[in-house]
Design a protein around this ligand. Structure first.
Ligand SMILES: [Fe+2]
Length: 566
């Protein structure tokens, strides 16, 4: 049985599963080269079908998500979705009626789904699918927060879980609490769109001059540059109240935006960022504590865009009440396609666990790559096979950064050693070079480390509550060895690590192990392989293009060593 999950909103994508495994998952941005693409995920669906070696007519079910009023309007009038995309990403000048536009958006998005909207959306989706030959499958709508929850709960191998979803909004909700017990997923609480922790953070992001739904991580990073102050002095504090497991926003989101804007007028921006971060952390800590008490379940699973906030996640992990944590690797709406498919597998097959992998995207074979390399006269290349990982490690130890491309593309927002740019982590100059020529990150945004599993407790204050395989959790650095993490810790000495395990990432593990032999420790800097402002590269062609455009020196693609010809 084949179940295709699709998502046609912010960070559109597709995922394909069968009765036993996750076959493929990817996002549309990797094909259209537009970050966080919103168009219908034709390319991702085709890539999934191609990867599985099946025909479109072999698909039995298509799971899609979100049938609220605003999504319905977007599906009926796709140009509205496109214009909001350009507006949100600030690709167009600030419109004259920017505020009015926001007010309309914040009002329409409060309305949830119903049976009529479900039907309208099903028929629109059916039309889209027909164009690519999917005409026999049963099409099933999955509620937005159920899709988020399913992603987390059904890829986390625990018999009992407390499942928390929090985001901006979707299907009239901004969050949910569910219990997974005796193979049953039961929702015990929903939070309306109006009372959204995600929207508040998103509004602060926008007011700080950054892109909502994209730059929230920058706000989180900026917050640590504020001098600390108490929650009682936080001017945003009264906007959100938590009471007996309920979240209540004092103002309608439209009014809330104006209120925050007026606070921002008199507040240095790092302090406003601090206020948003502090309020978020305090709120979700109280919320999760409440529901752990209420349910007696201390194994928590989380999804939804709010949990891309690794510092807030850290505060949860550090709670004594929390026994284990798991954050769905593609926690934002980009992960909705897989979540929806997993939910349909649960409904139709009663299947409650699928093994997750960091690498669920496209890969290219030797001949394909060699043909590409042969046809490009701006590069020279050599096939090194297994030695490539050793060669890359040597270059890193000589203070070079390398572009590293291996096997299947990662699923989710993070590069995890298959489409990564690597450098040593104890040297600031290489970090500066990386920023100057390739990444162009804001000065206050930290890079992240990949650390061998056997070295992680030497470098970080580590615990056994969960493995950070997907860079979804922040840890405090071990001060004794902080020199090794010079270019990968934030100003507050925390880091967002990827724990590298041999069975999960064999080639990458080999690379870092060789680096350890040369330099004494198993940690390197790992940042995503992309041009500034663009999605992570997918095809070998894009990898070569990035090598040339950034005038970088060294690129590895699946055992090939490539240099630009001078
Ligand atoms: Fe969402």
């Amino acid at each position: 049985m084949y179940i295709l999950g699709i998502w046609d909103g912010h960070d559109a994508g597709a995922a394909l599963i069968d009765g036993s495994k996750i076959i493929f998952a990817s996002n549309e941005e990797r094909y259209t080269n537009r970050k966080l693409e919103v168009g219908f995920p034709y390319n991702s669906i085709k890539a999934a079908i191609r990867h599985a070696g099946i025909k479109p007519s072999d698909i039995d079910y298509v799971a899609f998500s979100t049938t609220d009023l605003s999504k319905t309007i977007e599906r009926l009038i796709p140009s509205l979705k496109e214009s909001y995309y350009l507006f949100r990403r600030r690709k167009i000048p600030k419109p004259h009626l920017e505020r009015l536009r926001r007010m309309i958006k914040y009002t329409i998005t409060l309305y949830g789904r119903n049976a009529i909207l479900d039907q309208i959306n099903k028929s629109i989706i059916a039309k889209y699918l027909k164009k690519i030959g999917i005409d026999k499958a049963e099409i099933i709508p999955v509620e937005h927060h159920i899709a988020h929850a399913a992603g987390a709960v059904f890829t986390n191998n625990k018999r009992e879980q407390l499942v928390i979803t929090l985001d901006g909004l979707g299907d009239g909700l901004s969050g949910s609490i569910s219990v997974f017990r005796d193979s049953e997923l039961t929702r015990i609480k929903s939070f309306p769109s109006r009372d959204s922790l995600g929207i508040l953070y998103e509004q602060v992001t926008s007011i700080l001059g950054m892109r909502e739904l994209e730059d929230e991580g920058k706000v989180m990073a900026m917050a640590d540059y504020s001098y600390p102050f108490k929650l009682e002095e936080n001017k945003l504090r009264d906007l959100i109240k938590l009471d007996h497991g309920d979240i209540k926003a004092r103002l309608h989101p439209a009014k809330q935006y104006l209120h925050i804007d007026s606070i921002a007028w008199q507040t240095p921006r790092e302090q406003l960022a601090y206020m948003a971060q502090q309020l978020l952390e305090a709120s979700i800590v109280r919320l999760v504590k409440y529901y752990i008490d209420e349910t007696g379940i201390s194994d928590i699973a989380m999804a939804g865009g709010v949990f891309s906030n690794v510092k807030a996640n850290m505060k949860l992990r550090e709670l004594d009440d929390v026994e284990s944590w798991y954050v769905f690797p593609h926690m934002g709406d980009g992960g909705i396609a897989l979540g929806a498919a997993l939910y349909v597998a649960y409904q139709k097959l009663g299947k409650t666990y699928y093994k997750m992998s960091p690498y669920l995207g496209d890969s290219y074979d030797y001949n394909y790559i060699e043909d590409i390399l042969k046809s490009n006269n701006k590069i020279s290349y050599e096939y090194e096979g297994d030695e490539a990982a050793h060669h890359a490690a040597e270059l890193l130890s000589e203070n070079m950064y390398v572009l590293w491309y291996n096997g299947r593309m990662e699923y989710g927002p993070r590069a995890l050693g298959d489409r990564s740019i690597l450098a040593r982590s104890d040297d600031d100059t290489v970090k500066d070079n990386l920023n100057l020529y390739v990444k162009k990150r804001e000065w206050f945004q930290p890079f992240a480390p990949s650390i061998l599993t056997e070295d992680i407790d030497k470098l970080l204050i580590y615990d056994d509550k969960g493995k950070p395989l997907y860079m979804t959790m922040a840890y405090r650095a071990n001060e004794e060895n902080i020199d090794m993490l010079k270019s990968v810790v934030h100003v507050d000495n925390t880091a967002r690590p990827q724990e590298v395990v041999k069975s999960v990432n064999p080639v990458y593990y080999e690379l870092i192990s060789r680096f350890k032999k040369l330099s004494g420790y198993g940690v390197i800097l790992n940042t995503s392989f992309n041009l500034h402002g663009y999605p992570i590269v997918n095809r070998p062609e894009e990898a070569i293009d990035t090598l040339l455009k950034t005038r970088s020196k060294y690129l590895f693609i699946d055992g090939f060593f490539i240099e630009a010809v001078k």
